[in-house]
Design a protein around this ligand. Structure first.
Ligand SMILES: [Zn+2]
Length: 196
């Protein structure tokens, strides 16, 4: 799972941290603002009372638990962010690369769901992973599926061997439609309609 979302949603949905590459970091992890060390710590729940106190300046932002001197901040990459501790996402990406390399000749379905066409960074990341695979089909679900395919073709130098499956719909509608078609293939009309 590659995501540029920072809200930690995939973790909260139950995905194992080992299965995710959060390319811009996650609000579920904090770091020292300077940083004093490259260590991160996990924050399971944000205490709304604490956030309100900070906003009302009754108390300052929370301090780094390691040096007790600098502020702590979410381990999220911001534009030109030289203080971002990248160790976690580097490790996540290495793990994903190993997965691609191990399965380089297997039949792989690479699903791209709801990607922003202006996010060149994620296109670069997708390109690097696709170049590690040799037998890949790309499932694209997005209202701009055709434009995203065209842009990705340019990033990949127009490879001929890719199989494309385009679903030009909003993501949720596309997933529901896809689910219905898969059920039709598996169980026939009645079960697909009832969802059983
Ligand atoms: Zn610190």
């Amino acid at each position: 799972m590659i995501t540029s979302a920072i809200d930690g949603y995939w973790s909260r949905l139950g995905f194992d941290d080992d299965q995710i590459f959060e390319m811009k970091g996650s609000v579920n992890y904090f770091q020292c603002s300077m940083p004093c060390r490259s260590r991160l710590w996990k924050v399971d729940t944000l205490n709304i009372d604490d956030v309100e106190k900070c906003l009302q300046l009754r108390s300052g932002p929370p301090l780094c638990g390691l040096c007790k001197r600098n502020f702590s901040r979410p381990n999220v990459f911001m534009e030109s962010d030289c203080y971002f501790v990248s160790s976690r996402i580097v490790h996540q990406e290495q793990r994903l690369n190993e997965l691609c390399i191990t399965n380089y000749d297997k039949k792989v379905l690479f699903a791209i769901v709801g990607v922003s066409i202006d996010n060149n960074r994620i296109f670069e990341v997708i390109k690097k992973k696709l170049l590690l695979l040799t037998n890949v089909s790309i499932l694209l679900i997005d209202p701009k599926a055709v434009e995203i395919k065209d842009k990705l073709q340019i990033f990949l130098n127009n490879p001929q061997e890719l199989n494309w499956i385009l679903i030009s719909m909003p993501v949720l509608e596309g997933l529901v439609t896809l689910n219905r078609h898969v059920r039709l293939l598996q169980y026939g009309e009645q079960q697909a309609d009832t969802g059983n």
